[in-house]
Design a protein around this ligand. Structure first.
Ligand SMILES: [Zn+2]
Ligand SMILES: [Zn+2]
Length: 454
């Protein structure tokens, strides 16, 4: 993994100790693009030691500590805490640790029966990402591996792709605030003027490497400031009024869990109007305005800017967030012959079918892990169990509710006068859902912030 280094050339103004901009190759721009595809849960896991801001990490840890008995039978904690990452074009960001496992293990399986002679066509109509899933047709296990086929080059099938997202012949200019543009001599001169640089002698060039072992990304004065994405101020002068905790049902906890699966790119898109903080939004907009000619032929901007959301549990869609539903519908296809390939794009040609014009058009039915297994214990859907009331703290620590703990809690809050307590019932609609997404990344008093301040 030591090979995973990317070099950047920084142009530094020695007087002001400021990075004016960096010259970067495609590897760095590709790296920033992969960040857009990372689910929030993955970011929390990666930044754990760096000290994440906001309090979504508290929620993450609450789920880590939650007993499995509170989970729906068809869910497992690991897949909630390590949401599936899908990098379009199969680019894995080698500059981030432990991300590769979740992305390269994009394995799919079908019924074990499906390759024996005279198998039932029903058996090849199911697909699962979990090799312990049970075939709904014959109850065999679905452990036969399928090869995933990427969709064809939609623009220019003749030209060979170098892989990754943007083209390699170009040098890119990365501003300190992560605005990215293709580099041209003219624009860098314009830029120096914009920076009001009078003396070119004060400028210094420095080549830095971005590697996985770079311990303290945050302290580097270069564009890796993106790690500070979520690390910006805001917050609130609390004037006495404060939410102690909320009692919530399973839907609220389920909603928080779906946030963990959202890719950063989706968060940026959702929070655009709310005024997202951090620089990654600048990068997002740079890609939006980057000409398609800089993209690899196999890539398209839309799939980079709207990374796919895979929501475990067969599509529990967070209704409290707008415009997510389309990307969650998880569709898979095979060829009519039933060869051992799977694709999520029906224009993909089957590698085993002789004529390349034969595309994979037969839709598969997705089978969730082990859902056929314990057909007796019916799942209510979602992630956590519904009979329980959950206690959600202002900083998003979540626990199953018990009377004893709430009394202990009042003591902890140092509440002397129970008469001063007030109960209030609030609804979480789409507007509050967006506010909560933002607040959970930025503040430590999420509930107070969205329900007591208007
Ligand atoms: Zn079967
Ligand atoms: Zn085929």
């Amino acid at each position: 993994m030591a090979a995973a280094k990317v070099s950047l050339k920084l142009l530094i103004d020695k007087k002001s100790h400021q990075v004016l901009f960096a010259e970067a190759g495609k590897e760095f721009v590709d790296f920033l693009i992969t960040i857009l595809a990372l689910p929030v849960g993955t970011v929390i896991r990666l930044l754990k030691k760096q000290g994440m801001v906001g309090c979504l990490q508290n929620f993450y840890e609450s789920i880590e500590n939650l007993s499995d008995t509170y989970l729906q039978p068809d869910q497992n904690k690991d897949s909630l805490l390590k949401p599936e990452v899908y990098f379009s074009g199969g680019v894995v960001p080698l500059q981030l640790p432990n991300v590769e496992s979740s992305s390269t293990s994009r394995n799919f399986y079908r019924c074990n029966n499906s390759n024996s002679y005279g198998y039932s066509t029903n058996c090849i109509s199911y697909v699962s990402a979990n090799s312990s899933a049970i075939c709904p047709s014959c109850q065999n296990s679905m452990s036969r591996k399928l090869n995933f086929v990427d969709p064809p080059s939609s623009i220019n099938p003749g030209s060979s792709s170098e892989g990754g997202y943007v083209k390699g012949v170009v040098t890119y200019m990365v501003m300190d605030n992560l605005v990215v543009n293709p580099l041209s001599a003219i624009s860098s001169i314009t830029l120096l003027n914009n920076f009001n640089v009078k003396e070119v002698g004060n400028l210094e060039e420095k080549v830095v490497d971005l590697g996985m072992d770079e311990k303290n990304l945050e302290s580097m004065t270069d564009p890796s400031q993106y790690l500070k994405l979520l690390n910006q101020k805001v917050v609130l002068p609390c004037k006495g009024q404060r939410v102690l905790f909320a009692e919530a049902g399973e839907d609220f906890v389920d909603f928080l869990i779906t946030i963990l699966a959202l890719p950063i790119g989706t968060v940026i898109r959702l929070l655009k109007k709310q005024g997202m903080v951090g620089c990654l939004q600048n990068f997002y907009e740079s890609i939006e305005s980057l000409s398609d000619t800089y993209l690899q032929p196999k890539q398209n901007k839309d799939s980079l800017l709207k990374p796919k959301v895979y929501i475990s549990g067969g599509g529990v869609v967070p209704l409290q967030l707008p415009n997510i539903e389309s990307s969650t519908s998880r569709k898979f296809y095979r060829c009519v012959q039933g060869h051992a390939y799977v694709s999520d794009d029906r224009t993909t040609s089957c590698p085993s079918c002789t004529r390349s014009s034969i595309t994979m058009t037969s839709e598969l039915t997705y089978v969730d892990s082990q859902s056929g297994n314990n057909s007796g214990s019916s799942s209510e859907g979602g992630y956590v169990k519904g009979v329980v009331t959950y206690m959600v703290m202002d900083d998003l620590v979540v626990k199953p509710m018990s009377t004893i703990s709430s009394i202990t809690l009042l003591n902890n809050f140092n509440v002397k006068d129970v008469g001063a307590l007030e109960e209030k019932v609030v609804d979480l609609g789409m507007e509050e859902g967006l506010k909560l997404l933002k607040a959970s990344l930025l503040t430590k008093n999420v509930l107070t912030d969205i329900f007591l301040k208007s």
